[in-house]
Design a protein around this ligand. Structure first.
Ligand SMILES: C[S@@+](CC[C@H](N)C(=O)[O-])C[C@H]1O[C@@H](n2cnc3c(N)ncnc32)[C@H](O)[C@@H]1O
Length: 372
C-alpha cells in the first residue's frame, strides 16, 4: 500500500484537548460501548500492532442508543485538525494485488470476488485475518446488514422509479450473476461480499500525488463514474476500525486521510474537521461527500435524511434523471404520509425496511426539486 498520495506527517494529538467550542452543534449523542468479544479481540489486535487512538483514550466503538447502529464515538474532547486515530496500513485488507493496481477489480462485484477468494473463503489466510473478519456482518441476518436495492424484489426495485438508480441496480445484479458463473462462486455469497465491499471499502488512489485517498471521478453531469481507464491507479482496501465510521451528508465532523503514504510505515487515519466534544459520534462524508442519495442507497443501503448533492445532481440532469417532480407517479406529500405511517408501526422483523428506504429515497428526490 505504498501510496504516493500524501507526504503528510502528523503527530497524534494527545487525549483530553480543551479546544472544543461553539462550532459543534447539538447535544452529545448517547451510546453504549460495544463490549462484544469480536470487538474486544479487534481492539487488542490493533493495539498490539501499534494502532493509535483506538481505545477509550480518544475514540471507541459503540452502539448508538437511538438507532442501534454501530459506530465510532469520541471519548474525549477533540480539537480541529487533530488526528483522532491511526491504523497501520499493513493491517488493512487490499482487495486486489497492489502490484496490479485496479486492473483486476474494476467493479464492486470483482472486489467482492477478491474478498471471498483472498480472505473469507481462503483457508490459510482466514485465521490470520479473523481479528477483523469476525467483526464484519456475516450474512443478511446480521444487525449491521443494510440491504442495498439489489437485494430488493423486482417489484420493489420498480418502485424506486429513478432510471439512473434502476440501471445501476440491474447492472450490479448482472455483474454478480455473470461473475459468480465465471468464477464458480455461490451467487448469494458473492452478492453479500459485493455489499460488504461497496459499503465499507475505501478507494485509495495510488498514482496522483495530489489526490486525497477518497478522490473520485465525475462525468460532465457531476455524476460519480468510473471512467474508462479510471480506477487503474487505485485499489480498494478495507480498514479495520475506520470502516466503523458512519456517514453524515450535512456536516461531517471528521475525514479519512493517509499519513506517510510514501513511507514503509504508512497509516490510515481519521482527522477532525472541527472541534468534537466527548460523547459525540464521529461521522465522515463517504466519498468526500460527493455521493447523491442514488449512490448512497445503491452502494451503502441507506438514504440520508438530507443531502444537498441531490439538488446538484438533478440540476445537472442528463441521462437517467427525472427532470421534475411531475415526472413521478406520486407526489412528495403522498410518499411522506406513507413513510410516516410505516414509521409509526412497530416492525420488529423489519419487513417494511425496503419500502421505508424506497419512500425515503423518493421523498429526498422530490424535496431536492424544491432547491433547484
Ligand atoms: C462503513 S459501514 C459503517 C459501520 C456500520 N455501522 C457497521 O456497524 O458495520 C457503512 C454502513 O453503516 C451504515 N450507515 C453509515 N452511515 C449511515 C447513516 N448516516 N444512516 C444510516 N446508516 C448508516 C449503513 O448500513 C452502511 O452500509
Amino acid at each position: 500500500l505504498a501510496a504516493k498520495s500524501s507526504k503528510k506527517s502528523k503527530k497524534l494529538a494527545s487525549a483530553g484537548g480543551k479546544g472544543f467550542g461553539a462550532s459543534s452543534s447539538g447535544a452529545a449523542l448517547l451510546h453504549t460501548p460495544d463490549d462484544s468479544e469480536s470487538t474486544q479481540k479487534l481492539l487488542q489486535f490493533l493495539k498490539s500492532q501499534k494502532a493509535k487512538g483506538v481505545d477509550q483514550g480518544v475514540a471507541e466503538i459503540g452502539i448508538h442508543d437511538k438507532t442501534g447502529q454501530r459506530g465510532l464515538f469520541a471519548t474525549t474532547n477533540i480539537k480541529k485538525d487533530q488526528i483522532i486515530c491511526m491504523i497501520p496500513s499493513d493491517v488493512a485488507l487490499a482487495l486486489s494485488d497492489p502490484a496490479k493496481l485496479g486492473k483486476d477489480a474494476p467493479t464492486f462485484a470483482h472486489g467482492g470476488a477478491n474478498f471471498l477468494n483472498m480472505y473469507w473463503n481462503n483457508a490459510e489466510r482466514r485465521p490470520l485475518w479473523s481479528f477483523y473478519l469476525d467483526t464484519l456482518p456475516s450474512d443478511a441476518k446480521s444487525p449491521y446488514f443494510d440491504a442495498t436495492p439489489d437485494f430488493f424484489s423486482p417489484e420493489e426495485i420498480e418502485l424506486l422509479e429513478f432510471p439512473r438508480l434502476l440501471d445501476n441496480i440491474r447492472k450490479r445484479q448482472h455483474d454478480i450473476e455473470s461473475l459468480a458463473a465465471e468464477q464458480g462462486l455461490d451467487q448469494d455469497q458473492l452478492q453479500f461480499a459485493t455489499w460488504l465491499v461497496s459499503s465499507r471499502a475505501f478507494n485509495i488512489n495510488l498514482a496522483d500525488a495530489q489526490n486525497t485517498p477518497e478522490e473520485e471521478q465525475y462525468d460532465e453531469r457531476g455524476q460519480v463514474v468510473t471512467k474508462a481507464g479510471a480506477g487503474l491507479n487505485s485499489i480498494r482496501v478495507m480498514v479495520p476500525f475506520l470502516d466503523l465510521c458512519n456517514h453524515d451528508s450535512v456536516a461531517p465532523n471528521c475525514r479519512f486521510t493517509m499519513i506517510d503514504a510514501d513511507k514503509d510505515e504508512a497509516w490510515f487515519a481519521l482527522e477532525a474537521n472541527r472541534p468534537i466534544p466527548a460523547g459525540r459520534e464521529l461521522q465522515m462524508a463517504y466519498r468526500s461527500g460527493i455521493y447523491s442519495s442514488v449512490e448512497l442507497l445503491l452502494n451503502y443501503g441507506f438514504v440520508p435524511t438530507e443531502n444537498k448533492v441531490d439538488a446538484y445532481m438533478l440540476r445537472k440532469g442528463g441521462e437517467g434523471v427525472i427532470a421534475s417532480a411531475d415526472g413521478w407517479t406520486t407526489t412528495l406529500e403522498e410518499d411522506q404520509s406513507m413513510l410516516d405511517m410505516l414509521q409509526s408501526k412497530s416492525d420488529d422483523d423489519n419487513k417494511n425496511d425496503a419500502l421505508k428506504k424506497i419512500l425515503a429515497f423518493r421523498s429526498n428526490m422530490k424535496k431536492a426539486y424544491q432547491d433547484l
